[in-house]
Each structure stands twice: as structure tokens, then as C-alpha cells.
Write a protein that binds this ligand. Structure first.
Ligand code: BGC
Length: 739
């Protein structure tokens, strides 16, 4: 025993000595380059321009190739594919004085060419293995196409479905969000953080910070929240990603408590670097430095550049203001040389870590590009994750699963759309080789038994197609109605003030109910929708988000029961837009809903307080029974732990997976605490009749929060502990945290 301990200590010591030596060598290499650089060349390393292709804004700098050649631009984004990347890299390496290679960034959000479900759907898997693998596949494809830097993961918590970018994050919960953020960083950068491995890319944690909480759900709008909420709810996923060694961070467009994030020294230096220990580089969002003028905190571009660099914002994406003004700002003494050097060091460091100084063409290998991208194994991974991301919201009379050979009327424009399956932010993904849901249903069920009618479009108000859809439905045993949003209704700059299913799609559903045939609604959408009307009309509802390149096949496999749905909502589905923001970890009020008084309590007079579908909810084709909770001890002592266990039994007739969720509630504290907080989950698989004991270990640090005096820590006292299959369906016990 003693020998083993000694051996472990020795190994740890030699490993950490090795790491220190590695770090020292890296720093020496970085400095050796820095010492050779002129101020102009240093500034060039802090500049990032899009190549001649931009998704989210105007291409501001047409002459970017000359900027590379002159050493004025050390980093490029949106350039991808080996030949193109090699062409640009050659300019940097051959034509500039110091031959410093370029970084190549790209928004590889949920896949490069093999497209996985949108990130919100990935979070609905509650399956960290799947999420990490998806990010790894995305990284390996991007890296095979010359890219070495992805602008992901987006770690923005949001409780507002109106915000279009809700599709790009992991939903509303800080704990789930943190787990997902870390899994995605590990997937992109690799578990051992060897960035020079050509199947990995540099991750970028975004958008720092609070971008998911714009007022009114309107993208880019200002964000106002207490520091406690910021730290307790919004900060943890960014922190988890940084702990997972993410080496870059992108600032958010918004202002946070009246200070735009791109010039927010408190955020970028005090919190990010000094508190969280972040060592990588900070990049602005697209043109965000110039937008400081629109925010009204900078009078002109020069002042905007000064504010940003002095706040700790290292690399300017697209605004041109660093290129235009930093030299003069240094000469005037408004920006110190030390600040410039530090920012440049951060850029050079990641270039060294990515292996670019050793081989600038490391990511430019045509054979690898051909072999890796859209490989059968990658497509299989996309299929498996898509299956696990689907959430069964309703299944009256077990109308699902469908039986092979049933006569089906498949209705709805989205049923035949391959494009929508890919969702927003699909990088290089295209519809070639992406079968639609209808293609897959027909393939599985036979074309004779699977007829299609459009019925209506996903937008617009024409009901011209209703009669044909009704005629098709009359010939069928069951109706599969595919409705939802165009995939571009979510993503950036796609906020909605109304979150109902658009157009007349639900009117068509209402018309079809007159036939008294079972109706299965398949939803495609990137945000929680108000499904109140659909819920009263449909027999079954399957939430499929935008399920990716193999989404059609995955949805088919779930509809026919080849795969038993196991997804759970990572975000609350409200009953109506007026309930927003609605989330399960709300705080109690002095007049909670459970008071007997019929009027004077916190409630709506025209709508329940409860959501339509709560966080953590999702049905299966089998049923599960949860035993009472047992605790190893109902007292938890400092520096100790207790175990909370339940036995889960599959009481149905088929194999299934369940997400066992643990929540806590701090009953009395010096500040108001949430009524529930997720603190752990396990996804388990059970055969019919099989039982499994699921155990969670609870330690005091899991109960910590920002107290009245803003110190982070625990308070002794009583806690409720809940374990269940969703946030509102739990068994309950309690324990005390002792002094
Ligand atoms: C988005 C970022 C993205 C960047 C570069 C911006 O508009 O907010 O998330 O990474 O564009 O494409």
C-alpha cells in the first residue's frame, strides 16, 4: 500500500515536472518569436479577418490577401478545404518576413460536413459520451479540411425561447450546461489536450458573457442581471469549459450591466483571467470592437480599440480597428507595449500548441480530407446521437410506435425537407446525400403504404393544400404530421416575439382531427414552442429539433420503435409566450402559489404557473419505477460525503433508457435559493423487468452558492433532496449539512 502511494507520488511528481518543463519550453519558443517582431507585425497577430465568405455580416476587408502578405493579418476565418487553406497559408509562410503561420477559424458548431443534431438537441440526449464524440467527429473533419480553430462551444445559458440562439446552447440549466460544455471542449481539443493532434481543433468558449439573457429575448440586446445570478447561473458553463482547458474565448456582443462585454475589464481580466485562471486568447465577436461606438461607450474607432485591448480583448475579429489604431495608441502611451506583448504571446502560444510552427501545413493533407470527411463511421455517430436526442412529449393510447406496413399519410412541408434537418450553423454541411424524413419513412414502410401530401407550407397562410392532405389522410390508418419552424427561424438574429408553430400548420392539424384517426405530430424546431394547441389536438408528439444529416433515419427508427426514445428536455416548454422567462429553478416568493388564499399570490389569472412540458421531461415506450430514496447518512459533514440511491426498475415490455435526475433545495439560507437545482444525473439502460441501483455521491461543495456577502460557500442547515425522471416528477427525502 505504502509502496503504491510512493509510486503514485513519484509518477505525479515526474509528470508535473515534465509538464513544467514543457511549459517552459513553450514560453521560450513564444518569446523567441516575439523578440524578433516589430510593433506592426505584433499588431498583425491580433487581427482576424474573414476570407471572402461570411455568414453573419458584411465582408469588410476585401483585400485580406494583401493584409496577410504584409503581415497585417495573422489569422483568417471562414476559409476551409485543404487547397484553399494551403493557398492562404503559403502567403503567410512564404511572403511575410517572419513566416508566422495563420490560424484558421470556422464556426464548426454541430458538425463540419457530417452534421449532428443542433446543440440544444445534443443536450437533450443527456449523454455526455455522445456529445463528446460528436464534437470529436466535427473536429476531426474540420481539421482534415485545414481548419484548426472552431468557434464553439456556445456556453450561454438561456431561459428565453424567443432568443434564436437558444438552438446553439445546452438549454437553461447551469449543471447540465457545464457538463455539456466540458464534454464538447474535450471532444474538440481531445482528452489529453494535445492540440497538435490532427484530429483536434482549438475550442472557443462563447459568448463571454451572459449573451443568452438579452432583454425581451431580442438578439444582441442588452443584458441586466445581478452579479449573484450571473455567478450562480450563467458563469458555471463557461467556467467548466475553461477548466476543461479550452484555449480561446469569444466575447459577447451584448453589454452586461451597462458595460459592453468586448471592453469589459471586469469580465475579461478580473473574472476570466484572475479568477478562472484562463491562459488562452480572447477574440472579439464579429465586428464587436467597432460596435462599441453603437453601444455609445466609444466616440470613435480609435477609442473603441483602446478600450477593448486594455480590457484584455486580444484579437479583433473583422472590425479593422486594431490594425488601424493600435500603433498610434502605443505611440501615444494609451496602450502599453506590455499589453500588446501579452496579447501577442497568447496568440503565438496557441499557434505553437497547434503545431503550426513545426508544420504550417499540418492540417492540409488532401488524402486525409478525402478519407475523414463524411466517413461511414462519422455518419453512424450522427445517426446514433440523433436517435438519442429525440424527445417523446406525448403518446396517448400508445399510438407510437408505428407498426411496419400500416398505411401512413405523411403530411407537411418539413417532411420532405433535407435542408431543415441540418439546422442553422451547419458549417460546410449540405443536403447532398441527406435523405428527408419522408424518404426514410417510405424506404422503411414501403412506398405503397406511405403517401405524402404537403398540406401547407411551414410559413404563410395558404390553405390551398388542405383538401389534398385530408384526402390522403382518409386513405391512411395513421397520420404523421410534420410541422415546425424553418431552420433559419432559429440561430443568430432569429428572435421571435411569438413562439407558436408558424403559419397555418396547426390549423391543418385541427382539420385532420375531424377524421378521428390517430395523429402523430413530428416537430422540427430549434426552440421551445408554445404547443398548447397541438397538445390538445395530437395523439402523439415527438420533438425532433433539427436532427442532422441522418435525422430522417433516426426519426424513422424512433417512430417505428427500432429505437426507444430516451431524450429529455434540456429546457422548459412554456404554455404561452407570456410565461417567459419560465425555468424550473425559479426562486420562491413571499406569496407562493401553494398558499390557500385564492387571489393574493404569485400567479397569472389567465394561465397556470406550470409549464406545458417541464425541464428534464421525456417519455419512453416502456415504463420505469423509482424506489424511495435511501441515504447513507442524513447528516452531511464538512469534507465528507453521503450517498443517495434509488432503485430503478423497467416495468414495461421493452428495453429502454432512463435519465435519473438528482435535485436539491436549500430550505433556509441568508439569500433566497432556487426551489430546485439539478446536481447530478445518470443515464441508464434497462431490460424489461430489470432493476438497477443508481447512486449519487453528495459533497458539501455541491451545495455552495454566492452568499449574502458574495463569498462562495455553503451554509449549514436542512436540504430537500429529490430523485426522479424529470424536474417535476420526483421522490423526496431530506438531509442536513452540518457545521
Ligand atoms: C457570431 C459568432 C460567430 C461569429 C463568426 C458572429 O456573428 O455571433 O458566434 O462565431 O459570427 O462567424
Amino acid at each position: 500500500m505504502k509502496k503504491t502511494t510512493l509510486l503514485v507520488a513519484f509518477l505525479l511528481a515526474t509528470t508535473s515536472m515534465h509538464l513544467i518543463a514543457q511549459d517552459q519550453r513553450l514560453e521560450q519558443r513564444v518569446d523567441s518569436v516575439l523578440h524578433l517582431m516589430t510593433l506592426q507585425e505584433k499588431i498583425g497577430q491580433l487581427v482576424l479577418y474573414t476570407s471572402d465568405w461570411a455568414v453573419t455580416g458584411p465582408t469588410l476587408n476585401e483585400g485580406y490577401m494583401n493584409d496577410i502578405r504584409n503581415g497585417n493579418c495573422g489569422n483568417i476565418f471562414n476559409a476551409h478545404s485543404v487547397d484553399y487553406v494551403r493557398k492562404l497559408q503559403k502567403i503567410a509562410v512564404n511572403d511575410t518576413r517572419l513566416h508566422i503561420p495563420l490560424l484558421f477559424g470556422y464556426d464548426v458548431i454541430h458538425g463540419y460536413k457530417t452534421i449532428f443534431p443542433i446543440p440544444l438537441a445534443e443536450a437533450a440526449t443527456w449523454d455526455l459520451f455522445q456529445i463528446q464524440r460528436a464534437a470529436h467527429v466535427a473536429a476531426s473533419e474540420a481539421a482534415a479540411a485545414g481548419v484548426n480553430w472552431t468557434y464553439a462551444p456556445m456556453c450561454d445559458i438561456t431561459v428565453d425561447p424567443r432568443w434564436g440562439r437558444v438552438m446553439e446552447g445546452a438549454g437553461e440549466d447551469p449543471y447540465l450546461g457545464s457538463q455539456v460544455a466540458a464534454a464538447r471542449v474535450h471532444g474538440f481539443q481531445g482528452m489529453n489536450n494535445n492540440l497538435a493532434d490532427t484530429s483536434t481543433v482549438l475550442a472557443c468558449v462563447k459568448h463571454f458573457a451572459g449573451y443568452g439573457a438579452p432583454l425581451g429575448g431580442r438578439d444582441y440586446n442588452s443584458v441586466d442581471m445581478s452579479e449573484r445570478t450571473f455567478r450562480d447561473v450563467y458563469l458555471p458553463p463557461y467556467e467548466a469549459a475553461i477548466k476543461a482547458d479550452a484555449m480561446s474565448v469569444m466575447t459577447a456582443f451584448n453589454s452586461l450591466n451597462d458595460v459592453p462585454c468586448t471592453e469589459n475589464k471586469w469580465l475579461l481580466t478580473d473574472v476570466l483571467r484572475n479568477e478562472l485562471g484562463f491562459k488562452g486568447l480572447v477574440v472579439s465577436d464579429y465586428n464587436a470592437v467597432e460596435e462599441l461606438i453603437n453601444h455609445g461607450v466609444a466616440a470613435n474607432g480609435k477609442q473603441a480599440a483602446e478600450l477593448a485591448i486594455n480590457a484584455g480583448m486580444d484579437m479583433d475579429m473583422q472590425s479593422t480597428l486594431y490594425q488601424k489604431h493600435l500603433k498610434q495608441l502605443v505611440e501615444e502611451g494609451k496602450v502599453s507595449m506590455a499589453t500588446i506583448d501579452e496579447a501577442v504571446r497568447r496568440v503565438l502560444r496557441v499557434k505553437f500548441m497547434l503545431g503550426l510552427f513545426d508544420n504550417p501545413y499540418l492540417y492540409c493533407n488532401n488524402a486525409r480530407e478525402k478519407r475523414v470527411i463524411e466517413s461511414p463511421a462519422n455518419m453512424k455517430a450522427a445517426y446514433e446521437e440523433a436517435q438519442r436526442s429525440l424527445v417523446l412529449l406525448k403518446n396517448k393510447n400508445n399510438v407510437l410506435p408505428l407498426r411496419k406496413g400500416e398505411r401512413l399519410a405523411v403530411i407537411g412541408q418539413l417532411a420532405t425537407s433535407s435542408n431543415d434537418l441540418l439546422g442553422a450553423w451547419r458549417a460546410d454541411g449540405d443536403t447532398i446525400g441527406v435523405p428527408s424524413l419522408f424518404d426514410e419513412l417510405r424506404k422503411y414502410n414501403g412506398s405503397k403504404n406511405t403517401i405524402y401530401a404537403e398540406g401547407c407550407q411551414k410559413e404563410g397562410y395558404s390553405k390551398k393544400g388542405f383538401p389534398a392532405a385530408i384526402a390522403a389522410a382518409q386513405k391512411a390508418d395513421k397520420i404523421v404530421l410534420v410541422i415546425g419552424e424553418d431552420c433559419n427561424w432559429t440561430g443568430e438574429a432569429a428572435s421571435r416575439a411569438n413562439i407558436k408553430v408558424p403559419g397555418v400548420q396547426t390549423d391543418l392539424l385541427a382539420k385532420l382531427t375531424a377524421l378521428h384517426k390517430p395523429i402523430v405530430v413530428v416537430l422540427m424546431n430549434g426552440r421551445p414552442l408554445d404547443l398548447s394547441r397541438e397538445d390538445t389536438l395530437a395523439d402523439a408528439i415527438l420533438e425532433t429539433w433539427y436532427a442532422g444529416s441522418r435525422g430522417g433515419k433516426a426519426i424513422t427508427s424512433v417512430l417505428f420503435g427500432e429505437y426507444n426514445p430516451s431524450g429529455k428536455l434540456p429546457i422548459t416548454f412554456p404554455r404561452c409566450v407570456g410565461q417567459i422567462p419560465l425555468f424550473y429553478y425559479e426562486k420562491n416568493t413571499g406569496r407562493p402559489i401553494y398558499l390557500p388564499d385564492p387571489k393574493y399570490k404569485s400567479r397569472y389569472i389567465d394561465c397556470p404557473n406550470t409549464p406545458l412540458f417541464p425541464f428534464g421531461f421525456g417519455l419512453s415506450y416502456t415504463t420505469f419505477h423509482f424506489s424511495d430514496i435511501t441515504l447513507s447518512n442524513n447528516k452531511l459533514y464538512p469534507n465528507d460525503s453521503i450517498q443517495a440511491s434509488v432503485t430503478v426498475t423497467n416495468t414495461g415490455k421493452r428495453e429502454g433508457e432512463e435519465v435519473v435526475q438528482l435535485y436539491i433545495h436549500d430550505l433556509v439560507a441568508d439569500v433566497v435559493r432556487p426551489v430546485k437545482q439539478l446536481k447530478g444525473f445518470h443515464k441508464i439502460s434497462l431490460q424489461p423487468g430489470e432493476s438497477k441501483k443508481v447512486t449519487f455521491t453528495l459533497t458539501p461543495d455541491m451545495l455552495a452558492f454566492y452568499r449574502l456577502n458574495m463569498t462562495y460557500g455553503t451554509e449549514p442547515g436542512k436540504f430537500d433532496l429529490f430523485i426522479g425522471d424529470s424536474s417535476d416528477h420526483v421522490n423526496q427525502t431530506s438531509f442536513t449539512l452540518e457545521k
